[in-house]
Design a protein around this ligand. Structure first.
Ligand SMILES: Cc1ncc(COP(=O)(O)O)c(C=O)c1O
Length: 415
């Protein structure tokens, strides 16, 4: 057996893998450049005067088969627009998974609603419908469902619970571009779908986001007004109907988005093909890949796999160090080795001055975020390796990734 790279042996991965961080793992071409040049040459950098943002929204709406798409500055903004659209009262509760980006919880806090963390299904690491139901109270207003790693959550069960209790559903599809749940596009099943085009996503505009819905206005607000200062510009003149911030996407972002959009299907398919190949290659290795559930098409934002610490002679962080030394680009646990509620923002209520709002509002639910609120999520964060994935992986990359994992798992296997 070859010596581990961490012990100065040869690396399993030669050179560096293609990465979302630069052109090695991102694909830009003449399309993006042409749109960008048009923006610059016309001098129209804002959606107020230029056509690109509207065109990007129209094409996204068409691709998703929805009535309304609003392009915004980033994925967190998309989720903030969605929560503003639902207009919770202060101390209303919104249920979410603790295995998600902090951008899922920030909008809840800014709207003074209380985040309530439901546990996850240990197999998919998506929010567990049974845990959602256990956490519903008379103050529950909505559920935000993150399709984590790009793999669809159990939407039939979640929508049935939402309907039974009169709750709204926001789908966080930041990692799930063109993911399908039982033949339906994720983002079109709940009331609102939110996307991110941040640098690492399936397609990117650097930063960027999109919010989609059918039946705009159903909740008494217009979706676009929620990203535009509560301003019904379409009526002409100046009026501000309610509190909402400015989350406009620029024409520069939209120009890149229009170029990327035409390639999105190809990007997603390439991620799936290379991920499927890795799953095949890992068949004999004692790791458990986190795979899309039956009846769904998952789109591999990360490629994640679970390890059983009891089978290792070293800790999971030490094993991760060895994987990194072999050339793997990854980390333990998402959003990190601890679930979202254990970060100081939530656990210590570091929000508005010293107020602790919304957690300290009268009548607000009081969860102890220092406790193991969601045991399955705690375990998943400790035992899951997430690897950055890109559409630019070729067979040779995937074979080297598999070899690196096999090498490390073999070296550290408990006899
Ligand atoms: C699941 C999830 N939700 C929300 C976000 C927030 O998106 P952004 O980083 O574009 O604000 C991200 C991206 O980082 C994400 O992966």
């Amino acid at each position: 057996m070859k010596e581990l790279a961490i012990n100065n042996g040869p690396r399993a991965i030669e050179g560096t893998l293609p990465s979302f961080r630069d052109a090695s793992g991102r694909t830009f071409g003449e399309e993006e450049t042409r749109h960008l040049r048009e923006v610059m040459e016309t001098g129209r950098l804002s959606f107020l005067t230029g056509p690109k943002t509207s065109e990007f929204e129209r094409r996204w709406a068409e691709m998703y088969g929805v009535e309304t798409a609003v392009a915004v500055a980033n994925g967190t903004a998309a989720l903030h627009v969605a929560v503003t659209y639902l207009n919770p009262d202060p101390a209303d509760e919104i249920i979410l998974s603790p295995i998600t980006d902090v951008g899922t919880v920030i909008p809840i806090l800014y709207q003074l609603a209380i985040p309530v963390f439901a546990d996850v299904d240990p197999k998919t690491q998506n929010i567990d419908p049974a845990s959602i139901e256990r956490n519903i109270t008379p103050r529950t207003k909505a559920i935000i469902v993150t399709h984590v790693y790009g793999h669809p959550a159990d939407m039939d069960a979640i929508m049935a619970i939402a309907r039974k209790h009169g709750l709204s559903v926001i789908e966080d599809c930041a990692q799930a571009h063109l993911a399908y749940y039982k033949g339906r596009l994720c983002g079109t099943i709940g009331d609102v779908g939110c996307f991110s085009f941040q640098q690492s996503k399936h397609m990117t505009t650097g930063d960027g986001g999109m919010v989609i819905t059918n039946g705009d206005g159903r909740f008494g607000r217009n979706l676009r007004h929620c990203s535009d200062k509560g301003w019904p510009r379409e009526r002409g003149g100046r009026d501000h109907l309610f509190l909402a911030t400015n989350y406009h996407m620029t024409e520069l972002q939209a120009a890149v988005g229009l170029g990327q959009l035409g390639k999105l299907k190809r990007f997603v398919d390439a991620r799936i093909t290379s991920a499927d190949r890795l799953t095949e290659l890992l068949a004999g290795v004692p790791v458990t890949p986190v795979l899309p559930a039956e009846g769904t098409v998952g789109v591999y934002f990360f490629y994640s796999f679970r390890v059983d610490p009891a089978t290792l002679t070293v800790s999971v962080p030490e094993m991760m160090k060895a994987l990194t030394a072999e050339g793997i680009d990854g980390f333990i646990g998402y959003p990190g080795p601890i679930p979202l509620y254990r970060y100081p923002l939530i656990r210590e209520h570091r929000t508005f001055g010293n107020s602790g709002w919304p957690f300290t509002l009268d009548g607000a639910r009081r969860d102890d975020f220092a406790s193991a609120l969601c045991p399955e999520a705690e375990r998943a964060c400790r035992e899951t390796v997430c690897m950055w994935w890109t559409d630019r992986f070729e067979d040779r990359h995937v074979e080297q990734i598999a070899a690196a994992i096999e090498k490390v798992m073999t070296a550290y296997a408990r006899a």
